[in-house]
Design a protein around this ligand. Structure first.
Ligand SMILES: [Zn+2]
Length: 423
């Protein structure tokens, strides 16, 4: 009874009237004759193709104004008696109303199948005359012929031509802007889908069922696209419906608005699958600025003159080789630049520790010389100068260091060994 209340609230009085008078074709879950556990059809919505010309979030911004856990079932490519009749029976057992996108050639071959759809209370749209999978690239004139011929064929199969809904689905969902504009200009609503179940592929009925439920669960509501000409769809459909009920989903029937049947009042935001709100996280990262580099050439290598270095003055600049303006890079310094000239101990001992050791060496050397000179002048003078604390070993060391300092600075100085010596 939910459907009756909802439909009446939406001022679709014809739909309300239909529910009250159409008998089994409009039965609901609570009163599905012989099927007390049927899923049923929870409500019917009336849509105006001119207000919402393209629906189905697989391709378009909008979809049907469904509430959470509401599903619209659609079936393409029929009618094909062998399977379409079985689909009709399954839906009847569940008192479900669906939308069928029929092919003109199929309607010509099986007009009775079209009439069965209408008699069962389903919505019937079209799906072209011959189902060409070239809509995205065919000339618009040819597309128009496919559309119009399909509509004529399906309409011809109906007892009441007004039963045809101005709903169209492009074969293969191969959309093209020209086709979309053409349909919109004629007040025909273009249906894509919100999810598929891949039932036209060579997959098992179990796989069809899994995909239908998984993809529905991912979106929470929407338009499911199936085919009523596939045996795997027939096999999967009862399980899909049972699971929809177990998971709390409800079936919504969709009919087109007419002069006597106004569209269900809705707000624009309801036509969004998941309207943005403060409670829904959305990605709105700031736009990355487009940097413009004013110069992109490689900077030249610095010249010695840039570094305030004193360039060699000898002709040919033999030390630096390329010390001239515009050089790409610095040359490897020549080997003789690092040679230590004789007597350059101060340069070698450039650290403070080394300088200290050098001072000590010079002092001890001077002491050693004066000590030799003092021989014969009396030991007392020597004791007065150094406190009499230099042992013989220290004097020998001082003498050796003095010789080193005075004779040659080329030998490396071993600081570790020097530190151990008495000072
Ligand atoms: Zn198709």
């Amino acid at each position: 009874m939910i459907g009756r209340r909802v439909s009446c609230r939406t001022r679709s009085w014809i739909v309300c009237l239909g529910f009250l008078t159409a008998g089994p074709a409009a039965a609901l879950a609570a009163d599905c004759p012989g099927h007390p556990d049927a899923l049923g059809t929870s409500r019917t919505i009336v849509v105006d193709p001119r207000e919402h010309p393209r629906i189905g979030t697989m391709q378009y911004r909008e979809t049907l104004p469904l509430r959470d856990h509401e599903v619209v079932l659609t079936f393409d490519d029929g009618p094909l008696p062998k399977y379409s009749n079985q689909v009709l029976q399954i839906l009847a057992n569940e008192c479900i109303k669906a939308t069928f996108f029929t092919i003109g050639a199929q309607a010509q071959a099986n007009p009775e199948g079209v009439r069965k759809l209408v008699a069962a209370g389903h919505t019937v749209g079209t799906h072209s005359q011959n189902h060409p999978l070239t809509f995205e690239k065919m000339p618009i004139e040819k597309a128009q012929t496919e559309i119009d011929t399909g509509i004529a064929s399906v309409t011809a199969a109906m007892t009441d031509p007004s039963a045809l809904a101005p709903f169209f689905r492009i074969p293969g969902l191969l959309r093209a802007e020209g086709v979309e504009n053409l349909l919109a200009s004629r007040g025909i609503q273009l249906w894509s889908a919100d999810f598929l179940a891949d039932d036209w592929r060579h997959v098992s009925p179990e796989r069809v069922y899994q995909l239908a439920i998984q993809r529905l669960e991912a979106k929470g509501k929407g338009i499911l696209l199936l085919h009523d000409i596939q045996p795997r769809t027939v096999a999967a459909l009862p399980k899909i419906i049972r699971d929809l009920k177990a998971r709390g989903y409800r079936i919504v029937h969709v009919v087109p608005a007419t002069a006597d049947r106004p569209a269900t009042p809705t707000e624009p935001v309801e036509w969004m699958l998941h309207p943005a709100s403060e409670n829904v996280a959305v990605v709105r990262w700031p736009k990355i600025p487009s940097f413009v580099f004013t110069r992109n050439e490689t900077l030249r290598a610095p010249l010695l003159s840039d570094l305030n270095a004193e360039l060699p003055r000898q002709a040919g600049s033999s030390h630096w080789g390329v010390a001239k303006a515009g050089a790409e890079s610095l040359a490897v310094p020549s080997r003789d630049l690092f040679e230590i000239k004789e007597g350059s101990l101060e340069v070698l001992m450039s650290t403070s520790a080394s300088r200290h050791v050098a001072r000590l060496a010079r002092t001890n050397a001077a002491d050693a010389i004066s000590s030799r000179n003092a021989k014969g002048r009396g030991r007392a003078a020597a004791v007065a100068t150094h406190g009499g604390k230099h042992p013989p070993a220290a004097r020998a060391t001082a003498k050796r260091m003095a010789q080193n300092a005075n004779a040659s600075a080329a030998r490396p100085t071993k600081l570790a060994s020097l530190k151990k010596r008495p000072q």
